[in-house]
Design a protein around this ligand. Sequence first.
Ligand code: SF4
Length: 192
Amino acid sequence: MAEHEVKSLDELRSEVEACHACPLHEGRTNVVFGSGNPQARVLIVGEAPGKNEDLQGEPFVGKAGQNLNDLLQLAGLNREDIFIANVLKCRPPGNRDPKPEEIEVCTPFLREQTRTINPEFIVTLGNFATRFILKTEQGITRLHGQVIQRGRFKVLPMYHPAAAIYDRTKMEALREDFATLGKLLAEEALSS
Ligand code: SF4
């Protein structure tokens, strides 16, 4: 069988920008394709664009973005080191949860992005990203902080930063999990 063609991020971005495959395209200001380093060692997968992300066409901007930047520093990373993409590329109205049928039609884009970037680590933020990447029904409370091998990728589920803003216990867990990511990256760099 012929190998699956790996598309460039530019090609994929054009496809996403033209996508009308689910009703979420009707309410979007911008698609949020994802951004960062196309050769990142770490792909971070969030849930879906919020209001600011929809307005700016970028993932994790505003307060959520600052929060994520602070967490990344605990792993010795900044935004230029990683790539961030969401499970859904268009904003669900009122920031409601993604629907299963939206996830089904949109996630081929995320799969292609993962194939193209080919990261060592995939950090899944929150239940929707974790369930999709790991194909599990287990919740994030149980899974966060573990390293789970899936194919050639090491997957680290973590709480979604938005869920941790008003919850000190979750924020502490997130900080620990990002510190763990930093250690793993350093170990992998030494052994390769
Ligand atoms: S959410 Fe995904 S599948 Fe739906 S219109 Fe946007 S890009 Fe297409």
